[in-house]
Design a protein around this ligand. Structure first.
Ligand code: NBX
Length: 831
């Protein structure tokens, strides 16, 4: 090693790094107050203390991050890149403290400065650059990759506005407000890289040259600038990178227009470039064919691939070795344009012949599917693609014609060919992104066993016939135990550590170690401690609800929670109809009978896509039913109902540890996996659910007697829907208790009934999600939950057993699977 110029001894001392004893920590925090924040120490508030503490912690992250990145550069291992339009990170400070192992010291340090760490942590706004499970999964996977010292980077977009803030209006409906998450001042967790920029082209012309090459020119160029977010591993110095792109105009002003005196046009060009990364699209599971969304997708894949290609070229290896150094995971079809983009780079810029280029591309990409719902499969109109990305449209057509070869393998099967085609016929024609992602990738995976099987037998069936089964596999989702146990439930984490006589790191890095708890299931002292932690988590939640909403919660009730995006397939409607049914049943009872009922509090939280009318109506019904139910003197002590607004990662961290039971009640075959089901179980909450997604694998682990299953199974769903279409039985006959609930809602028991007609009609008319088919068994399952809860000791045992068997659902396991079976990458860390 050569030293930079100057005195080696001086350099050695200066490079020693940061001291992390408490006095050094307080000194660092105060220094940041005075210098970075330019504030006086004597009037420091919680927000200032948060910012200073964050900057101080960040100093540690940056050093680790530098070492890790330098190590990667020198060692040049094969790397994996996780391309995701969404990273739902939540708050960073607490997580960084835990992963760095500095939480206790900072707690002590800020205490000495007159602050409470918990209050400081509360100051941070969530980074909410995602809609739901898909975005949160990406965040868990980054944590697990860094924690296992794997060379993995995330690539995404730095939206100026994350998922909207949800407000509840006076009539109970959802209102949306923008989420200017960056307006808290500087974001201490990101490093702007003014030097890492790429130009990205849109529109223009693609002119074919000899052979398969072409030149793409003209159109509009915008600049992508990198912001790097440090991703610290747990109990390791390894610190990975999440690179998010921001769009900027190529020139601040279009000088030509400016000189011509057309000021408006000059600024307009800058507006339109910046628009690309201005907002996260809040629609999960639907595609609208919006030009700006396609622009986002291309902008992000083009910048990311340019960056990956530059890094690869710095290795000085022949281009044919690209897949030996690069693996790219496509998080759903959103980054599928990376496939034609890499083809374009190889063919037009690197002079690689078509077949060789295709070989390289199909050895580089891996594709994860997150849904089999037909309305969620991305398609883009050919004319839109042709105008925005003329060269990519050519390449897609070239792939399409190459792919026409499938006709030879299945001669005469026109239908099969039509289904496998990249182009869907119609006016206009559309590009099927899932088909493109499938044929351009080395492997395709679903996110839970059942879902992967459905991928193989439904949407990808023809491709399975063509390529063989081995291309289509499963990686069951996972969650990081750092955030979803230690961070959100420190009391439980501590109890587990004391009981197993293990340092926390032992089970936070190897979640199977929780099985050690099974030995203590029958230990009354342990049971008591377990229950006390659940109780204090309920009180923490009640405190939150009281201080934010001014509502008082009965903490001695059973807590029943459903938190997820609002969607018909997730059947929040089934849950609210169940709650109303319970309310009506309680009203039918005598006061004496009511005294024997176990009190229950039902919580809902979740956002509806702003344009999803039925989902928004469901929220409105929940909120208005809550108003009636919670103020009914006959029942309010035994049944309470809350819709907690503005669901977020941080709210989940308070809700999940407090739950006794949680609901995962999608129509069988519709929820690909679900991940909150794993979070609840890890925190000792039990499941009521359908035989769907990862619920099935959870039951396999914990035993069916510890899960409350109900409802029809996947194979029955298609037939039932058919019956509903062609031999509909009126709901009064099919399911009288549900009919009664609908009638009460219609009749105005929870406010103007006519408002809810469109929602009620989805059940009365087509009932596509089969509420009338599952309602009776749902109510029975809830009945069994009530009965089981009566025997509190038995319940606690179930709770302990459930948590103890969650080893499989660590995202460390999932990432190991991706690393070994897909990416072929290995752990490596700086000395
Ligand atoms: O991905 C979710 C699935 O619904 C869950 O079952 C699964 O557990 C989770 C992780 O695999 N999908 C999801 O969250 N999708 C989206 O958020 C989404 C966002 C934008 C979009 C389509 C889907 N255009």
């Amino acid at each position: 090693e050569k030293w930079p110029k100057g005195d080696e001894k001086v350099w050695r001392t200066a490079l020693r790094g940061l001291d992390t004893d408490v006095p050094s920590i307080t000194k660092s925090v105060v220094n940041h107050v005075q210098t970075s924040l330019a504030r006086q120490a004597y009037n420091l508030d919680n927000l200032g203390a948060y910012q200073a503490a964050a900057l101080s912690v960040r100093d540690n992250l940056i050093l680790n991050w530098n070492d890790t990145q330098m190590h990667y550069t020198r060692k040049a291992p094969k790397r994996a890149y996780y391309l995701s339009l969404e990273f739902l990170m939540g708050r960073t400070l607490d997580n960084a403290l835990l992963n760095l192992g500095l939480k206790d010291k900072y707690q002590e340090g800020v205490h000495q400065l007159g602050f409470n760490l918990e209050d400081i942590l509360e100051q941070e706004r969530d980074a909410a650059l995602g809609n739901g499970g898909l975005g949160r999964l990406a965040a868990c996977y980054l944590d697990s990759s860094a924690s296992q010292e794997l060379p993995v980077w995330g690539y995404g977009l730095r939206y100026k506005y994350g998922i909207f803030q949800q407000l509840i209006g006076p009539d109970g409906s959802q209102l949306e407000a923008p989420d200017p998450w960056l307006q808290q001042g500087d974001n201490p967790w990101e490093l702007p890289r003014l030097d890492v920029t790429y130009e990205v082209r849109f529109y223009g012309h693609a002119e074919r040259l000899d052979g398969m090459k072409a030149i793409w020119s003209g159109g509009q160029e915008v600049v992508a600038m990198a912001y790097d977010t440090m991703i610290p591993g747990y109990d390791t110095k390894s610190t990975n990178n999440l690179r998010l792109w921001e769009s900027k105009p190529k020139r601040g002003f279009d000088l030509q227009s400016f000189n011509a005196g057309d000021y408006e046009r000059a600024v307009e060009s800058s507006n339109s470039a910046e628009a690309i990364t201005s907002v996260l699209y809040p629609n999960d599971h639907t595609t609208f064919g919006k030009e700006l969304r396609l622009k986002q997708q291309y902008f992000w894949t083009a910048a990311s691939l340019a960056d990956i290609m530059r890094r690869f070229k710095n290795l000085g290896k022949p281009i044919t070795e690209f897949p030996d150094y690069v693996a790219i995971q496509l998080n759903d079809t959103h980054p599928t344009l990376a496939i034609p983009e890499l083809m374009r780079i190889f063919i037009d810029e690197e002079d690689v012949p078509w077949d060789a280029a295709w070989q390289l591309v199909t050895n580089t990409f891996f594709f994860t599917n997150h849904t089999v719902l037909p309305e969620a499969l991305e398609k883009w109109p050919v004319p839109l693609m042709q105008s925005l990305l003329p060269r990519h449209m050519q390449i897609i057509f070239d792939i399409h014609y190459l792919h026409v070869a499938v006709e030879k393998k299945f001669p005469g099967d026109r239908d099969k060919f039509a289904r496998m085609s990249l182009i869907e016929e119609g006016y206009p024609q559309q590009v099927r992104m899932a088909n493109l992602a499938c044929i351009g990738s080395r492997k395709v995976n679903g996110v839970a066993e059942l879902h992967s099987e459905l991928v193989r037998t439904t949407i990808m069936k023809d491709f399975v016939d063509y390529y063989g089964i081995s291309k289509f596999a499963n990686v069951t989702n996972g969650i990081t135990p750092r955030r979803w146990l230690d961070q959100c439930n420190p009391g439980l984490s501590k109890l587990i550590s004391e009981t197993l006589k293990l340092p926390k790191a032992a089970f936070l890095k190897d979640l199977f170690k929780l099985e050690g708890l099974l030995k203590f299931v029958d230990d009354p002292i342990f049971q008591k401690k377990w229950a006390a932690i659940k109780q204090s988590n309920k009180e923490r939640l009640a405190h939150y609800v009281e201080t934010t909403l001014g509502l008082k919660i009965n903490t001695h009730a059973m807590f029943d929670v459903q938190i997820k995006r609002l969607h018909e397939y997730k059947r929040q409607t089934l849950n609210i109809m169940g709650v109303i049914h319970r309310y009506l049943t309680l009203k039918d009872m005598t006061p004496e009978q009511r005294k024997t009922v176990n009190p229950k509090v039902v919580f809902f939280a979740g956002k509806a896509a702003p344009g999803y009318y039925i989902a928004k109506l469901t929220i409105r019904l929940i909120v208005n039913a809550a108003r009636i139910i919670n103020s009914d003197p006959e029942t309010k002590d035994i049944l309470q109902l809350y819709f907690l607004p503005d669901y977020s990662v941080s709210l989940a961290e308070v809700l999940i540890p407090a739950s006794d039971i949680s609901q995962h009640i999608s129509t069988a075959g519709t929820e690909a996996s679900g991940t909150s089901n794993m979070k609840f179980c890890l925190n000792g909450g039990l499941l009521v659910g359908t035989v769907d997604g990862a619920n099935i694998e959870i039951a396999e682990e914990v035993g069916e007697n510890n899960v409350f299953f109900f409802g029809h199974l996947t194979p029955a769903v298609e037939d039932l829907r058919y019956q509903h279409m062609y031999h509909a039985v009126p709901i009064e006959q099919k399911c009288p208790p549900l009919a009664r609930v609908l009638n009460e809602v219609s009749a105005g028991r929870f406010g103007d009934g006519s408002v809810y007609e469109p929602l009620l009609n989805t059940i009365r008319q087509h009932d596509y999600y089969l509420l009338t088919e599952d309602f009776d068994s749902y109510i029975q399952a809830l009945q069994l939950v009530d009965e089981a809860y009566q025997d509190r000791t038995e319940w606690i045992k179930k709770s302990i057993r459930t948590s103890a068997k969650m080893g499989k659902f660590s995202s460390d396991r999932a990432i190991q699977d991706y690393a070994q079976e897909y990416w072929n990458i290995e752990s490596t860390k700086p000395e």
